[in-house]
Ligand binder design. Structure first.
Ligand SMILES: Nc1nc2c(c(=O)[nH]1)N[C@H]1C(S)=C(S)[C@@H](COP(=O)(O)O)O[C@H]1N2
Ligand SMILES: [Mo]
Length: 257
């Protein structure tokens, strides 16, 4: 990830501590065991991630972690902490592999979400159709591996509801996402079906702004920020490992709890 300064003034250990404190004891132990994937590797390794040497060593560490072990430990009933709106981070940080000038400019009126792979119904969804599905919202923390975190409010459709509507084969291993920029990522099916995984259409009760992924992003509070794709244009269900933009450069694929 590119060089940047932390955006919300929190220091690394404060981030780790405050997340850990939200958890009850068994979950906290679990969290602390996995903290280097959850809270940003820098937090535990003491690697500064603003110079390329330590990014290298960080990536090496990450690649030792076994996705299968993490998947086996995954408990779909474990919830990410939620917060009152009063502690939302304002302004909420923008992050992407490019700067603000390059945010994709998407025409919502013509927008369609493509749906592919192991699903019964492959019709593309307009925003109006998506807005007709039942909506919910969450105030959760987005944790970026670069060493910052922020609390925001996202609204939209519980992703499992959407998967049900399209007749997804939930025995499949992966759900993949393609974005309007060159970004892509993928998640395991248990995470796709997790109750807090949200097909997001709004931020802070407003139409999702371009910064945060207009018109559609996946919000997955049990995963690191880079597994929360913005500007999603296609969802597909597959048994073939789809990888991801950062995952294919060495970042741990599971990256979550
Ligand atoms: N399409 C797309 N989605 C993306 C990214 C990106 O560059 N492009 N960056 C990821 C990373 S690394 C983070 S931390 C979050 C940042 O989300 P935010 O801009 O809403 O804070 O988006 C993720 N989703
Ligand atoms: Mo990130």
């Amino acid at each position: 990830m590119n060089k940047r300064v932390k955006q919300d003034g929190l220091d690394d250990s404060a981030v780790i501590k405050s997340v850990a404190q939200e958890l009850d004891l068994p979950a906290r132990r679990q969290f602390l065991r996995h903290a280097w994937t959850l809270g940003g590797i820098a937090l535990l390794t003491g690697c500064r991630i603003d110079d390329s040497d330590s990014v290298e060593s960080m990536l090496k560490m990450v690649s030792h972690f076994n996705d299968k072990v993490q998947a086996a430990l995954f408990d779909p009933s474990r919830l990410a902490p939620t917060y009152p709106e009063s502690v939302m981070t304002r302004p909420f940080p923008f992050n992407a592999y490019y700067d603000r000038n390059s945010i994709p400019n998407i025409d919502g009126a013509g927008f369609k979400l493509a749906v592919g792979g192991l699903v019964q119904d492959k019709h593309s969804w307009t925003l109006a159709e998506l807005n007709q599905l039942p909506h919910t919202s969450q105030v959760t923390r987005l944790i970026c591996v670069e060493g910052w975190s922020a609390i925001g409010k996202w609204g939209g459709v519980t992703f499992s509801t959407f998967l049900q509507r399209v007749g997804a084969d939930i025995r499949a291993k992966y759900v993949g996402f393609k974005c309007a920029d060159d970004y892509y990522t993928s998640i395991d099916m248990p995470t796709a079906l997790h109750t807090q995984t949200l097909l997001t259409l709004s931020y802070d009760d407003q139409v999702l702004p371009p910064d945060y992924g207009y018109p559609l992003r996946l919000r997955i509070p049990t995963k690191l920020g880079f597994k929360n794709p913005k500007h999603v244009v296609e969802v597909f269900v597959t048994n073939d490992y789809p990888g991801g933009y950062w995952e294919d450069q060495g970042y741990n694929w599971f990256s979550g709890s």
